[in-house]
Design a protein around this ligand. Structure first.
Ligand code: ADE
Ligand code: ZN
Length: 339
């Protein structure tokens, strides 16, 4: 292992952009398919992995929604989330804000409450057994209409104490943030924090809309913001963080080569950048692999990688006292590892 990889491994990390359904590894997918008597379109783990050759976001989403079909019962959601938490803990991830896609489940007849019960039981066990704290962010699927998102928000209100934020994901092109203006306003009024995927494949205008129309507290991806100097200035001035996902961008062909990844330019522009895994089971790596891959390609120093890891805690939705404590613990860990 190179010394920079060892440094990355030791860094305390916060993950702010992980779709829990995107952490479903093929082995677990097949195990759950057997347990639930679900037929998959592939006859082996190897055949499924071979299909993970994507040319754009939609290619991936088609397999992602198929993969979810094995998640039926409370224990399936529990096992899914616990497998992710164990992996995250092994990489020194201390804090997680994970997305889930309720409409991907309720549309298949799985009750909202079943999803919530399994995920929240895993959160409690991850905290008790692994020392990882976490929060949930519920995403609306943007390829569906706003009325569907409204019904999903209605269901979520009952779980307000368990869900920190509301987000927007799925097929970006053709589904601008403004399509969800009313439901985001309602979510804000109900006390949810707001995020949205924007500028992953979609144009800078979608990032403007996420900021000005939805009023997001953080931007997921945001890569294409760099095409618009005024937008970059605005994001920097507002101190809005970007949750960047390097291996996802490579696998979905948003960047041709990791050496072209915009993260260096984002840092140079003074943006608050975090590194995250997005859908690690599909994109070839969890947090450490994302740090290592983009770090090596862009020649990021240990100090730069440390600053980005610290941004993960700083840009989180922790309450202020917990955030202060997490940042102090982070600084102490860095001081003692470099002493
Ligand atoms: N859902 C899961 N992963 C996603 C991504 N990278 N972009 C949009 N929607 C998603
Ligand atoms: Zn994402």
């Amino acid at each position: 292992m190179s010394s920079i990889d060892a440094t990355i491994g030791r860094l305390p990390k916060a993950e702010l952009h992980i779709h829990i359904e995107g952490s479903l590894e093929p082995e677990l997918m097949f195990a759950l398919a057997r347990r639930n008597s679900v037929r998959l379109a592939y006859d082996s783990v190897e055949a499924l992995r071979r299909a993970y050759a994507f040319t754009n976001l939609q290619d991936f989403l088609d397999l992602y929604y198929q993969g979810m079909s094995v998640l039926l019962r409370e224990v399936d959601f529990y096992d899914l989330a616990m497998a992710y938490f164990r992996k995250a803990a092994s990489q020194n991830v201390r804090y997680v804000e994970f997305f889930f896609d309720p409409q991907g489940h309720t549309a298949r007849g799985v009750p909202f409450g079943t999803v919530m019960a399994g995920l929240s039981r895993a959160q409690a066990d991850a905290e008790a057994q692994l020392g990882i704290t976490s929060r949930m962010i519920m995403c609306f699927l943007r390829h569906l209409d706003e009325a569907d998102a409204e019904r999903t928000l209605d269901q979520a209100l009952k779980y307000k104490d368990k869900i920190t934020g509301v987000g927007l994901d799925s097929s970006e092109n053709g589904h601008p943030p403004a399509k969800f203006k009313t439901v985001f306003r309602r979510a804000r009024d109900a006390g949810f924090l707001l995020v949205a995927h924007a500028g992953e494949e979609g144009p800078p205008d979608y990032v403007w809309e996420a900021i000005d129309v939805l009023g997001v507290d953080r931007i997921d991806h945001g890569n294409r913001s760099l095409e618009d100097a005024a937008l970059v200035k605005r994001i920097a001035a507002d101190g809005l963080a970007l949750t960047v996902c390097p291996l996802s961008n490579l696998r979905l062909c948003g960047v041709k080569d990791m050496k072209d990844h915009p993260l260096r330019r984002m840092l140079d522009a003074g943006l608050k950048v975090t590194i995250n895994s997005d859908d690690p089971a599909y994109f070839g790596g969890y947090m450490n692999e994302n740090f290592a891959s983009v770090g090596a390609a862009l020649g990021l120093s240990a100090e730069e990688l440390t600053a980005v890891a610290r941004n993960g805690f700083d840009a989180s939705f922790m309450a202020a006292p917990a955030k202060q404590a997490a940042l102090s613990a982070f600084d102490l860990a860095i001081r003692s590892s470099t002493a």
